[in-house]
Ligand binder design. Sequence first.
Ligand SMILES: [Zn+2]
Length: 111
Amino acid sequence: MNDTLQPCPDCAADMTYAMDALLMCPLCGHAWTPGDDETDAVRDAHGTVLADGDTVTVIKDLRLKGGSGVVKVGTKVANIRIVGGDHDIDCKVPGFGQMGLKSQFVKKVPG
Ligand SMILES: [Zn+2]
């Protein structure tokens, strides 16, 4: 018996195969990480799933704690890291440095 691979979360096809660390669906071309429940995925303001290394833009002014500044709407943040929790994105904001952002306040920049 083969290991049972989870069906495709996108189209539910049961033809999943493994490629390196990813699972692939040959029908719709979807690729995902094993054990990654898409319902728990970190999504941006438009519901697009975010991943490590993505580039996002801030969609509203974000006032920083302690009144130390405002990250302006439209600020582009490259190479984000998904960390989970309340501020589920760890990233380096130009001019501000390392900080946590909430995924609902960003929008993925198509790569
Ligand atoms: Zn599929």
